[in-house]
Design a protein around this ligand. Sequence first.
Ligand code: KG4
Ligand code: ZN
Length: 379
Amino acid sequence: MIYPPITNCKALFSLLTPCFRMRLRQGRQCKHMRILGIETSCDETGVAIYDSERGLLADRLYSQVALHAAYGGVVPELASRDHIRKTLPMIDQTLAMAKLEGSDIDGVAYTAGPGLVGALMVGAAIARSLAYAWSVPAVAVHHMEGHLLAPMLEPDPPQFPLVALLVSGGHTQLVRVEGIGRYQLLGESLDDAAGEAFDKTAKMLGLPYPGGPHVARLAIRGNPGRYQFPRPMTKRPGLDFSFSGLKTFTLNTIASETRQGAPLDDQTRADIAAAFEEAVVDTLALKCRRALRQTGLTQLVIAGGVSANVQLRQKLEAMCAQLDCRVYYARPQFCTDNGAMIAYAGCQRLLAGECQDLGIEVRGRWPLEELGALDRGNG
Ligand code: KG4
Ligand code: ZN
């Protein structure tokens, strides 16, 4: 390839690789960035723009729930194809909402895992291609780090160090967080995640996917005291969880109530939903209390789809008030999957100088503890 003669500094700057340009900017103490975030790990397409000085500028979310409804769960191939259709138009809409153009963007952050590999590849390929075209860096973001940092988008965010309870459809983890990328796993589910247990219970009660919000809604008119659901793994020491037994307990309760062949009446369904929800909430709260005591920390962050659950929030508020601790969570639309959390997490990593080569790599499984720590004094 024949390069044109370099006649000015700007032309020279544009020929440098995005990573090298990033380092030059940092050398000039450029600490202001506008980052485009792209989330496509499962059945939601999320796009957002986060500005390191002005905060969130624009945020778009598209849910594929209707697409997968007939199958009772997410069909990976359908999810990937829908992300292909939706992501680029949503990026245009998000830029327009923020009154920005591609040339105003300083970096592109995308979810690189954990999640559905095909769905992740769509977001990764689009993000890396745009970054290349715009000559800006791209950064791969861990989906659960995105969730963990989502409460930082709220007006009164927590400070490090803190304990985080990550509760989503695929994860239930308690993590000691010293700073961004400085994570120590304290405990996790040995089988089903809390969100997965909500989804399976919803299915047994004839409710649609994703089941958590539907179970919570049905539980409002239920009596949680009618059935005694177990609080798994709370009697033994430690911070691990197990939710698959609760699912079996729901199944057996439904079976014993339908022995005569009659379908469950509405009140019984609501009572089962309420007893199940209370059991999950009590179990999560007990382990959070234990984690706060064990670490001596006073701030608890809850994040991931299940952190939108009102009963869980109320129980943790009451528990933290007793312990002289404080609980933090994101607004409901930032508890479930979204682009804002990815834009925020990516922005922090790019500001810290993190830079990756042009290779596209996504990971269906990705332990949070493998992430690199940031060295810009975040705790
Ligand atoms: O974080 P998320 O959107 O996706 C994953 O990363 O998995 O979490 C989705 C999970 C689903 O299992 C859904 O049923 C659950 O979060 N969920 C809830 C509520 N809203 C979403 N579970 C209980 N109560 C809710 N209000
Ligand atoms: Zn998620």
